[in-house]
Design a protein around this ligand. Structure first.
Ligand code: BG6
Length: 483
């Protein structure tokens, strides 16, 4: 951090659950690990009528985790409406007071408020003159997802945001990018010489990306009824994973070099026509079922869900990347709630050997590199091997690596991302053009669905989603690896 040491973290929506669930524990961990230079002063900004003491008391009641008490003791609070200037003026005054006699390196504004207030907050910050960098002291803003609900709302958000902040001051969160296993995709691909020559249409048959959750919609139906799996997960997390798998090697491991390559992938993805949407996408909604031994209700019976809701809780689709590396290599993506287990995995299936030399070789599975994002983080490469003995008998075996073998705890995504935002490193954050390119794809799918007469297919909770998702692959002579 340049200038002084430490920083001020202003959390808009400071009384919301992101603060106590993620931010305070992440700050506490960074502090314990000695990764924060100087003090990090947290200022909560929200509508509730609280003062510093009652804000701290509220946090103490909700935050759990080692070292969080010290972090909470150092927080303060500014009461303010997101839509009224007076609150921002109070915030400006409070920030100036806090900075008097302290040489903080800068301020990080964090949007943990409902997305409908984002533009008001951008304008409020701008109006109170809080965004300009002064004397080398940084001003940065972290924006939580969802970033817009379609391309046009995302563009509007970006326009207002850019009236107040430059793109390099902006940190759009996709917490999947902060996961260790996701960061490892680039290391695996570009720090090892053996993969790159094979990483293309000559050797790769297809790619699968699954992000499966066993949880249901929980208490978030008000948001989820608007979003659904397409906007909640696919637009961001799954497409981001896909860019990391499909991108070209960047010229440097630097924010813009990496993001330039990612955005090229998004732009190369074929935008599906309504007919493509009909054939190449599947949407589902969970019905009642069992997860483990527990009976769980269907989506339409969850609190705050409309009894005839047609919101999708599952989506599977096949995407094409139209460039030299990937032409004709399908990418199958799937995500859903209330699936059989929580498991996120990317698998890269290689083509078979061109000639069959051994008896019953056809029974071997093709080579598959499986990257387990979570849980049980690790990777395996399946290969055919000879079973010991006189006969030539072949079997599939796994070469396996598990993250546990490092013998140390990985950094939580929020710790990583907060650390990077404080250090001014945007590599693991999504850029304006990336977000917009992702919406272009998702909007086309949404439009296609709107033209369909039928709604989502109901799948039993605890299954792997609608049967049509299996058929999507069977049709191409393939099957999901994770099932
Ligand atoms: C969030 C979605 O972005 O990611 C949630 O809004 C989802 O619906 C969550 O449950 C999954 O994150 P993770 O880290 O648990 O895989």
């Amino acid at each position: 951090m340049k200038g002084g040491e430490g920083a001020i973290l202003v959390v808009f929506g400071g009384t919301g659950d992101l603060t106590h669930r993620k931010l305070i524990p992440a700050v506490a961990q960074l502090r314990r690990a000695g990764l924060l230079k100087g003090a990090l002063r947290i200022v909560g900004y929200a509508r509730q009528d609280l003062d510093d003491e009652s804000f701290r008391a509220l946090l103490r009641n909700t935050v759990e985790g080692e070292g969080t008490d010290e972090v909470i003791a150092d927080t303060c609070y500014v009461q303010g409406d997101f839509r009224q200037e007076a609150g921002y003026a109070r915030l400006a005054k409070r920030l100036t007071e806090l900075e008097e006699g302290n040489s903080y390196a800068g301020r990080l504004y964090y949007l943990a408020a409902p997305p409908s207030f984002y533009t008001d907050i951008f304008r409020g910050i701008g109006g109170a003159g809080l965004s300009g960098e002064e004397n080398g002291s940084f001003r940065r803003i972290v924006v939580e997802k969802p970033f817009g609900r379609d391309l046009s709302t995302a563009e509007e958000l970006n326009t207002v945001l850019h009236q107040v902040f430059d793109e390099k001051q902006v940190f759009r969160i996709d917490h999947y990018l902060g996961k260790e296993t996701v960061q490892n995709i680039l290391v695996l691909r570009f720090a090892n010489g053996i993969f790159e020559p094979l990483w293309n249409r000559r050797y790769i048959d297809h790619v699968q990306i699954t992000v499966a959750e066993s949880l249901g919609v929980e208490h978030r139906a008000k948001y989820y009824e608007e979003a659904g799996a397409l906007r909640d997960m696919l637009q961001n997390h799954l497409l981001q994973l896909m860019t990391l798998i499909a991108m070209e090697p960047p010229v440097a491991f630097e924010a813009d070099a990496v993001r330039n390559e990612k955005v090229k992938v998004l732009r190369a993805i074929h935008i599906p026509s309504p007919q493509d949407v009909q054939h190449l996408t599947v949407r589902g909604q969970y019905g009642a079922g069992e997860i483990g031994q527990e009976k769980v209700p269907g989506y339409r019976h969850e609190p705050d869900v409309a009894p005839a809701s047609t919101r999708e809780t599952f989506v599977a689709l096949k995407l094409k990347v139209e460039n030299w590396r990937w032409a004709d290599v399908p990418f199958y993506l799937r995500t859903g709630k209330r699936l059989q287990q929580r498991a996120s995995e990317i698998s890269v299936q290689f083509q078979r050997a061109p000639q069959r030399l051994f008896p019953r070789e056809a029974r071997l599975k093709p080579n598959v590199l499986r990257l387990r994002i979570q849980p049980d983080e690790g990777m395996t490469l399946s290969v055919g091997a000879k079973v010991p003995g006189l006969r030539i008998e072949l079997r599939d075996v796994d070469m396996a690596f598990n993250y546990d073998s490092f013998g140390k705890r990985g950094t939580d995504a929020y710790e990583r991302l907060l650390h990077d935002a404080l250090s001014g490193d945007n590599t693991l954050f999504t850029r304006k053009d990336e977000v917009e390119a992702a919406w272009r794809i998702v909007d086309a799918i949404g439009r296609g669905w709107q033209q369909e007469e039928s709604g989502p297919e109901i799948y039993p909770a605890g299954s792997w989603g609608p049967e049509s998702a299996d058929e999507l692959l069977h049709h191409d002579g393939r099957r999901w690896h994770l099932r």
